[in-house]
Write a protein that binds this ligand. Structure first.
Ligand code: F6P
Length: 322
């Protein structure tokens, strides 16, 4: 292996830069050249390749976003797009690729593997934590800490006004941000796509809670099947007009910011392991960390399932939010 390429694709996540840095420096240590591909798979199709050296990744470990930029590529789902991408990889003499991204990125790599024999290794970059094969994806820890910091502030004002707040967090297919951040802020209720949201049960719960509770925080994952925070809050307001209700949608603030220490370390470990995996002849696998150890999961297993919510966490949540 003489030359590899690295790209980031899909939604950005804090820690992607730390992962890029680890890929570049590990490759250079092993006398392998590195090209960065800008704008994910779109840049592979559009020939946006740039050389990366040890210095090009200096002072990025602490920065959110991605220096390689990112995109969600619809062109890469077409055979024409994939052929163009393959031609460009060959033109640049690329012997291996590290793709950093979430479900869509790994599915793209899996599909591309049908026409491309150049080895691909993935690193799980998404704030959603919705991939099988790793305990924590790159960016998840930072995102939940961002949510906790924001909701703590909301709790202050909710408490002062005796208000009920619905706070919407990211996760269109997964409620893992909602679940962990919700536990971290002591939410009264967490609504997620993985569990059935029944407005009647929610109303009963709000009515049956401690009567002298000043503030109530309901965390709503954006993908909840009953609708977003605004829709659910409307239903509740109609049924409980005496509650002083407000809605906050946290939005893309959850994707930015300096990565947490945990994200920096995990991202570095995964980028390092990705290059070592390519050098060891591995391909078609996502690097993850399970029980503190590096794990290799075939792309199709990493993306095929949704993570099951931990039933112990769910049971604890109900008891602690009384
Ligand atoms: O996949 C990460 C994520 O942040 C999801 O939680 C969210 O639903 C989605 O990306 C938003 O994507 P975009 O930035 O393209 O609107």
């Amino acid at each position: 292996m003489k030359k590899i390429a690295v790209l980031t694709s899909g939604g950005d996540s804090p820690g992607m830069n730390a992962c890029i840095r680890a890929v570049v420096r590990t490759a250079i240590y092993n006398k392998v050249e590195v090209m960065g591909i800008m704008h994910g798979y779109n840049g592979m199709i559009g020939n946006e390749f740039i050389p990366l050296g040890a210095k090009s990744v200096a002072n990025i470990i602490h920065r959110g976003g991605t220096i390689l930029k990112t995109a969600r590529s619809s062109k890469f789902t077409t055979i024409e797009g994939q052929q163009r991408a393959l031609e460009n990889l060959m033109k640049h003499g690329i012997d291996g690729v590290v793709a950093i991204g979430g479900d869509g990125t790994l599915k793209g790599a899996l599909e591309f593997g049908k026409i491309c024999s150049i080895p691909f290794v993935g690193c799980p970059g998404t704030i959603d934590n919705d991939l099988i094969g790793t305990d924590f994806t790159i960016g998840y820890d930072t995102a939940i800490n961002t949510v906790v910091e924001a909701v703590d502030k909301i709790r202050d004002t909710a408490e002062s006004h005796d208000r009920l707040f619905f706070v919407e967090v990211m996760g269109r297919d997964a409620g893992l941000i909602a679940l962990r951040a919700g536990i971290g802020v002591g939410a009264e209720c967490i609504l997620m796509p993985e569990t059935k949201t029944d407005i009647e049960t929610l109303i009963k719960r709000l009515n049956s809670g401690r009567k002298n509770k000043a503030s109530k925080i309901i965390i709503v994952a954006e993908g909840d099947e009953a609708g977003g925070a605004f829709t659910i809050a409307e239903h509740v307001k109609r049924r409980l007009p005496d509650f002083d209700t407000r809605v906050t949608v946290l939005g893309h603030i959850q994707r930015g910011g300096n990565p947490s220490a945990m994200d920096r370390v995990n991202s570095s470990r995964m980028g390092f392991a990705a290059v070592e995996a390519l050098l060891a002849g591995k391909s078609g696998v996502m690097i993850g960390i399970i029980n503190k150890k590096i794990a290799y999961t075939p792309f199709e297993n990493a993306t095929k399932h949704t993570q099951r919510l931990d039933p112990d966490l769910m049971r604890m949540l109900d008891i602690l939010s009384l």
